[in-house]
Write a protein that binds this ligand. Structure first.
Ligand code: SF4
Ligand code: SF4
Length: 315
């Protein structure tokens, strides 16, 4: 195994960034706008640290933010104890294990599985600059996307069995997601152990994170896309989001939204379901996926609660 460095671009996964995550509404005044910008900067900085940046310079390079913005975001994150500063630089507690130092070695999975627009490379095709024996033939002139890319295994966030050449998957982070790109020759690898349990664990962590720290766990396997909600697999999630409700420790009921307004209604009903669960200890979960308010009367009737009729009449 040669010791060599490789890198490849990660595809901008903006289209996925909204999946499974509901964000706050548009800011209505300048104060809110400033706060939103600060939240965004904090999120970018936290993600850069989780991706391996340990110095201010490294975070500036990874995020494209000015040094001043990075310093402000770091200060806010440290204050909220979302980031630690020690002799090794910055680290992010909670989400992922402390990174280890690794090398790509014999791996070139990201140069085959991921899209690199700067060299005209699509997903799941060999980069024309990738030599199986020598690695990147334009290493000194490789695009910035390739220079800045480090998969989650390389960053030390995953155990040895996740070595991409062996796992046949490349795991990488984007703004709001853990992304898993699966080798199309091994399309079900991510469903196998020990991989699936780890992905479930990450998914649950991402769902439990608050505010702009939450993230989705997304799997792309050949032409198929999946959103993971704990052990619940959502095939072909839509761009508008997926509303979900826990039904057991690691499983969820979900409804895929067809528009922002539809997502809003789905979450409106979920809120009412949770309210009824708190009040009565139980609420039936409807099968239909196109609810309209008022949600409470229909939910009470469906749940056969004794006071359903009078409650519904007064609603
Ligand atoms: S997938 Fe990870 S380990 Fe493999 S070459 Fe790319 S960055 Fe290196
Ligand atoms: S230019 Fe091609 S071979 Fe070189 S690092 Fe980027 S994707 Fe890999």
């Amino acid at each position: 195994m040669q010791s060599r460095q490789r890198g490849a671009a990660r595809r901008d996964v903006d289209c996925f960034s909204k999946l499974g995550i509901v964000r706050s509404n548009t800011a209505k005044n300048n104060k809110n706008k400033k706060k939103k910008k600060m939240d965004q900067a904090m999120s970018n900085v936290a993600r850069a640290v989780e991706s391996g940046a340990t110095t201010i310079r490294g975070i500036v390079d990874a995020t494209g933010l000015s040094r001043l913005k990075v310093e402000r975001a770091l200060h806010a994150l440290e204050k909220q104890k979302l980031l630690l500063r020690d002799s090794r630089g910055f680290t992010a507690p909670g989400m992922l294990a402390t990174p280890q130092v690794r090398q790509c070695g014999s791996c070139s999975r990201c140069c085959t599985l991921l899209e690199v627009t700067e060299v005209g490379k699509s997903v799941n095709e060999w980069c024309k600059h990738c030599d199986v024996d020598k690695g990147c033939t334009i290493y000194d002139d490789r695009p910035q996307m390739c220079r800045s890319f480090n998969c989650a295994w390389l960053q030390g966030h995953l155990a040895d069995e996740w070595f991409p050449e062996r796992a046949r998957m490349v795991v990488h982070f984007s703004q709001d997601a853990v992304n898993v790109q699966v080798d199309p020759g091994y399309p079900d690898r991510w469903r196998q152990e020990p991989y699936f349990s780890k992905l479930c664990e990450w998914s649950l962590n991402g769902i439990r994170m608050n505010g702009n720290r939450s993230y989705a766990t997304l799997i792309v396997s050949g032409p198929d896309k999946f959103l993971l909600l704990g052990r619940t697999i959502v095939p072909e999630p839509t761009l508008f989001g997926t509303a979900f409700l826990p039904v057991a420790a690691e499983t969820f009921r979900y409804w895929k939204a067809r528009s922002p307004e539809h997502l809003h209604r789905l979450y409106g009903r979920i809120t009412e379901i949770q309210r009824i669960q708190q009040e009565f200890g139980y609420c039936a979960i409807p099968d239909d996926d196109d609810p309209y308010p008022p949600y409470r009367p229909a939910l009470l009737r469906l749940s056969n609660h004794p006071h359903a009729e009078s409650d519904a009449e007064s609603a």
